[in-house]
Structure formats: C-alpha cells, structure tokens
Design a protein around this ligand. Structure first.
Ligand SMILES: NC(=O)c1ccc[n+]([C@@H]2O[C@H](COP(=O)([O-])OP(=O)(O)OC[C@H]3O[C@@H](n4cnc5c(N)ncnc54)[C@H](OP(=O)(O)O)[C@@H]3O)[C@@H](O)[C@H]2O)c1
Length: 342
C-alpha cells in the first residue's frame, strides 16, 4: 500500500502547529482531509489560506473534549467515509485551574471518542496518534547521559499523582493516560484497524497554521521568539531533545502506510541535542538576533544528556531529520515577517 491509496483521512488538531503540517503533507499527496475543529471559523480560515487545495479539505465541527457528556460522541459522523485517522488534538494549557477536569480527562476522552467512532467505519485501516515524550520520560532517571529512551519506555507517573500535580506534570499524565487508552483499546477491542503512536519531544519549526500576530505563536515557538526579542536570562529547557515539526508531520503521514509501523510506538527526535543558549547563538551568528545582548557561554552550549531512539524512525519511516540550525533559521526568518500587536 502507498499513502496515495488513502482517499480521505480525518485529522484532529489540524488547525494547530503540528496538525497543520500533517494536513499539508496529506494535501500535497492529493489525499482528501476532513478537518475536525471546535471552530468552523478557524477551520474555514485554514481552508481559505489554501485556495489551490480547497476542494480537498472539508471542515467538521466537534465539541471541546472538556465538555463531552455521557456517551456523547461528536466523531460518529466525522469518521464516515474516511479510511484513516490522525489524532493530534489534545489540550495543552498550563494555566488551567483543575488539571484533572481540564487536561487529563479531556485528553483521555478525546482518544475514547475517536477510537469508539473508528469502530463504526470498517474502511479505517490505521489510526496514528500524536502522543508526547511526556508519556515516555521518567524524571527519576535524571538528565543522563548514558541511556537511550525508546518506544518501550513509559513515564511511571500514576493517575493519582497526575491529578494532584501542577499543570506541567499533569500534562505529562494527560499524555500518558490518553496514549494508554489507545493501546488498551487495541488490546481489548481487537478492532480491524491498527495503531501507530508518536512521542515527540520539544517541537519547533516554521508554522503553516493560522496565526494572526507573532504574539500568538504556539508555546514552543513562542520561546524562540522571546529569545529573538532579547529575553534575559535565557530560558532553560526541561529536556535536551527536540524535533523539527516538518519531520514529525512527514513521519505521521508515512506511518499511515509503512507495514512495519503497525502497532509501533516511536520517539521521533533529531539526533542533535539543543539548548536555548544554542538557539540564541545561532540567531546571533546569523544576524537574526540583534536584540540578544547577553553573554553566551563558549563551552557547554549543547548539554550532555540522554538520547532518544531516533534511529528507528529514520530506518522504519525513512525520515532524514533537519538540523537545529536549519530549524532555527527557517523559523526565525518566518516569524520576523509575521505582523505584531505592537
Ligand atoms: N508542540 C510541541 O512541542 C509538542 C510536543 C510533543 C507533543 N505534542 C502533542 O502534539 C499534538 C499537537 O500539538 P500542537 O503543538 O500542534 O498544539 P496546538 O497548536 O495547540 O494544536 C492542538 C489542536 O488541538 C485542538 N484542541 C486543543 N484542545 C482541545 C480540546 N480541549 N478539545 C478538542 N480539541 C482541542 C485544537 O484544535 P481546534 O482549536 O481547531 O479545535 C488545537 O489546534 C498534541 O497532542 C500535543 O500534546 C506537542
């Protein structure tokens, strides 16, 4: 099977940072996309920005996963006539008041409704789920170096710990328990479709989703923009690993068809480590960060640390990862050209 054998793919979170790149990859192959969004207006803005592929995308309105009640399933109609699903939508908001109700349960319920609905459409061959390195990382193992996280590793956080934690840790729980929901569904319900999950670390890169002003960039890219503007002190990343959004999106689409990806869990990441110091240096060295005035360390710019099993993604899915330099420069050149509130 080849990707172009897919006639229509349902994409959730397609108006978001990662999902939009996934949608564009599908469209570039001539594959029809049903774009599930909580906002038809946002979905329409996305479609209008791509006049040449307007006929290939249709918007489908869904409810916020936070407000799903009982057996309500907004995806029963959304799956009709699709032969694959890429589920990228998940809440990510570190300012929530109730982490269980606003982060953890909605992430799990989102998976539940998508998978329950998928059972009703016999044409669906595969579901690809965007999980996160947050569902893999075991903080008790420390920063490394000396070990490599693979798709066999799971964050040991319990549900009880997650609901009592601050939003950053609770988000890690939301991704772990949402992904587990998907794997348990496959194990217990034996559907005719299979599953591929991706557990990406920090994701950076140029944007293709609707962003009106540079101040509205997604969280990971907003940090790069803060550095460009001269934030001091520089932020310190919680993890030394990252992936370019373009590589991650391509991996999702290739995973729809690669036979050996069936029921596999991948940790897509660049072979290079990163730090925000390195991002700042790359901006400065390339004349993109005239506001970066602080003295950068000359040594230890790239932290030592644990590795991620990027090689399996390269081998199984044929992904060649962008360099951090390309990612930073491509992103900053684009962000500079976005309108600003000021
Ligand atoms: N960005 C990263 O660094 C990173 C790293 C690892 C994993 N991830 C994972 O990658 C996926 C996509 O992330 P992203 O960075 O592209 O995020 P994003 O830009 O915020 O996009 C996520 C999309 O999900 C939908 N969504 C969010 N909350 C929802 C809710 N409560 N109910 C229903 N839909 C909701 C939204 O679509 P509508 O507004 O159109 O409904 C939103 O555009 C997520 O699963 C995230 O956990 C991201």
């Amino acid at each position: 099977m080849v990707v172009s054998d897919y006639r229509k793919v349902l994409v959730t979170g397609g108006t978001g940072f990662i999902g939009a790149h996934i949608v564009d990859n599908l469209l570039s192959l001539g594959i029809r996309v049903r774009l599930a969004s909580r906002s038809l207006k946002k979905a329409q803005q996305f479609i209008d920005a791509r006049p040449e592929t307007r006929d290939l995308i249709e918007a489908f309105e869904i409810k916020d996963f936070t407000s799903l009640k009982g057996n309500e399933n907004p995806f029963l109609d959304a799956v009709e006539g699709v032969d694959g699903i890429i589920h990228a939508a998940s809440p990510l908001d570190y300012s929530v008041a109730n982490v269980e109700e606003d982060l953890i349960k909605p992430a799990i319920n989102g998976v539940k409704v998508v998978f329950e609905a998928a059972l009703t459409e016999p044409n669906i061959k595969r579901v690809v789920l965007t999980s996160s390195f947050a569902s893999v990382m075991d903080v008790s193992k420390g920063p490394g170096p000396g070990f490599t996280y693979t798709g066999d590793d799971w964050n040991p956080l319990t549900y009880e710990e997650s609901i009592k934690a601050d939003p950053v840790i609770a988000y890690r729980g939301s991704k772990k328990f949402a992904e587990l929901e998907a794997w348990n569904f496959i194990k217990e319900r034996h559907p005719s479709f299979d599953l591929v999950t991706f557990c990406p670390p920090m994701t950076f890169g140029p944007i293709v989703h609707p962003v009106d002003v540079v101040e509205d960039l997604n969280l990971s890219n907003a940090t790069l923009w803060d550095i460009y503007k001269g934030v001091s002190p520089l932020p310190v990343s919680r993890v030394p690993v990252w992936v370019d959004v373009r590589d991650l999106a391509l991996a999702h689409v290739k995973a729809l068809v690669v036979e050996k990806a069936s029921n596999k869990r991948y940790v897509p990441s660049s072979p290079e480590k990163f730090s925000y110091n390195l991002a700042a240096k790359l901006m400065k060295d390339n004349g993109l960060g005239s506001n970066i005035t602080i003295e950068l360390p000359t040594e230890g710019l790239v932290p030592e640390g644990y590795d991620l099993d990027y090689a399996t993604v390269e081998r199984d899915l044929g992904i060649k990862f962008h360099s951090f330099e390309d990612c930073i420069l491509d992103s900053m050149k684009q962000f500079q050209s976005l309108p600003s509130k000021k």
